[in-house]
Design a protein around this ligand. Structure first.
Ligand SMILES: *Cc1c(COP(=O)(O)O)cnc(C)c1O
Length: 227
């Protein structure tokens, strides 16, 4: 597994697709999803110039943040139980998977202990799949309204994990829906709420996601190999 070569390839593909759709590649951040991969793989990616990593399991995430010697930025992207939020405090820069008020309140409480603030995204379950976390598109606006007043979280946008299709074109309507929803929220102009980030797109469909406005693409397999 040549992690450096894989990262170079992904960066090139991001650059090509940005050029093709008239976007600035600096507006698309690559989140290297390192779940189930060892700290050594992350260090190889950092050595190859990759600064940002996404993890999905709290214990594993914290263990790896502590194990990795070099500086990196960490995002939490997985399903999150409120009673585990405390382990992430001060360690992650962004939580992509906020899908209910009680979770946002616990994040607010934990980060408030250090008078800190953490960036969050509201996760939307666009396909309304029972197997997946996320608020419904209908409830997302209301959730944003309720979370916005919390002082130790800052809503930066939306995240989605749409249904899986072999053909990425079939995922496009979901990506588009997330962007439209972000537009609706942005139009409300709520204090403490920005819709600058759209976290969408994975190894097999990130190019379509970028065409539809993704600013954070979460890529695991194409960098680190199969899990
Ligand atoms: C595992 C995971 C990814 C990465 O998926 P790949 O297909 O390996 O690129 C992206 N987002 C979330 C939320 C994940 O759990």
């Amino acid at each position: 597994m040549d992690i450096a070569a894989n990262i170079a390839t992904i960066r090139e593909r991001i650059s090509v697709i940005c050029q093709a759709c008239g976007r600035d590649p600096d507006q698309v951040r690559l989140v290297a999803v390192s779940k189930k991969k060892p700290a050594a793989a992350i260090e190889a990616a950092i050595a190859a110039g990759q600064p940002l990593f996404g993890e999905s399991y709290v214990q594993e995430c914290v263990a790896k943040i502590d194990a990795v010697q070099r500086a990196a930025e960490w995002h939490f992207i997985g399903a999150l139980q409120s009673n585990k939020v405390k382990y992430l405090r001060g360690k992650v820069a962004m939580i992509h998977s906020v899908d209910r008020l009680s979770l946002a309140e616990e994040i607010d409480r934990q980060w408030g202990k250090d008078a800190g603030c953490v960036d969050i995204l509201i996760q939307v379950n666009l396909g309304e799949e029972t197997s997946k976390a996320g608020t419904t598109a209908e409830q997302a606006v209301e959730l944003v309204r309720l979370v916005a007043p919390l002082r130790h979280v800052r809503i930066r946008g939306l995240m989605a994990l749409p249904p899986w299709y072999d053909d990425p074109e079939q995922v496009r309507p979901y990506f588009r829906q997330l962007r439209q929803l972000a537009g609706q929220v942005a139009a409300l102009d709520l204090p403490n709420v920005s819709m600058q980030d759209l976290s969408m797109g994975m190894s097999h469909d990130f190019e379509v996601a970028i065409e539809e406005g993704a600013t954070l693409v979460r890529i695991g397999t194409a960098i680190f190999g199969a899990r």
